[in-house]
Design a protein around this ligand. Sequence first.
Ligand code: AMP
Ligand code: MG
Length: 485
Amino acid sequence: MRGKRWPNRFAALGDTFFTSLPTQGLPDPHWVAWSPSCAKLVGLADPTGDEHSLQVFSGNALAPGMHSLASVYSGHQFGVWAGQLGDGRAHWLGEVDTPEGPMEIQLKGAGLTPYSRMGDGRAVLRSSIREFLGSEAMAGLGVPTTRALCITGSALPVRRETVETAAVVTRVAPSFIRFGHFEHFTHTAENTPALKQLADFVIAAYYPECLDLPQPYLGLLEAVSRKTAELVAHWQAVGFCHGVMNTDNMSILGLTIDYGPFGFLDAFDPGHVCNHSDHQGRYAYARQPNVAFWNLHALAQGLLPLIGEPDDALEALEVYKTAFPRALEQKMRSKLGLATEQESDRDLIDGLLKRMAADRSDFSISFRRLAHFSTAPGALNASMRDLFIDREAFDAWAAQYAARLRSEGSVDAERAERMNRVNPKYVLRNHLAEVAIREAQAGDFAETQRLLKVLERPFDEQPEHAAYADFPPEWAQSIEVSCSS
Ligand code: AMP
Ligand code: MG
């Protein structure tokens, strides 16, 4: 903490964009968990021995130079315009210089803001552990995401469906600006000068290459469309469902942001809905790519006062339609261990996904086992085959796959090694988070820290942790995650 400056470029935009206000900390806080790799990123040593850090990351104190603020944004929630929202329980504190550029530090759960609406400004231990582990698991997988530095907790009661206890997560990202920030200044505040100021700030700070373009705002829209396409392709490839893809939960930098009722696929079901509150299945796994495109249209609407011509905006969005399928296909080729591109690859990929969906084979285990596939004549590939109910259908696909691999002279051992670097062995399945949460609620945080360590290296075998890579237990099906957090 010492010697850091905490500049805050966002605060320099002026109070049209936020409200400066103190945090409401946690009474008598304690450490719950911390991420060594995130701490390393922001240049902090183990904070857990330091009382001052405990107070800062619980919202009880500011380090010298910090400026606490909550930003205003709007957004579309479940396809409907929701009007003004804003940081209802998030406080931006300032930036820290890192090898990856300046990183914003933000507390989630440190009390009420003018944007809290009906909320209490708090976050419960349960959802904080999910956000912490989710962010760090995604970082381990190489998926763009906001990071989580630590969680602090307190006995402070917080009412949700039942009475739980309060916690604060410290999040870290280059920026927490969302699509909804832009929508706000167009539809709610109707303040085009502020919209322009925000867009100019985002371009200068995060998309400087747009400055050289004849139309920088169109360039921004196109760049965000490309980033979002790559993000969602990444989600699909690791079987991640966000759960609440509202436009206020979409990062302008193409990061995974706001971990609520997210989930990783267990048995493969393209229609899987991870958010128990999403009755229409709007944010089902297979719908995520289209929803992201819908959200980009909302961003385009938000930027329209700067772009002028709707047709130009529509054209900039077109990039998503090529960037997304290209990114996904490239990721799926890697998942299958294909080193070259062939016309028929899409059929081969679709064929496997269709078999997996029909037999509800486990998403992560299927791809991990596929690495052991043998192209030797007569090979049964039993460990993979056993995942399917319709064995003949699998055999037909396997023959096609073997022929495709032979056509590029694929060497089994080399391919296996490549595949194991893109098909994770360890993902944050709901039941794993649930075990860590239950133990933490009983006062034992060791499992949260242990699980974090496993998830930091999701592609490594880690035989001593093999149980974390197993099929979900029967009881996992009864876990319900909703927006309640
Ligand atoms: P979410 O869908 O969880 O990202 O939240 C949507 C909006 O509700 C955001 O503006 C949040 O800041 C706000 N919000 C959610 N939970 C709370 C809470 N407990 N207290 C205050 N605001 C909240
Ligand atoms: Mg949100």
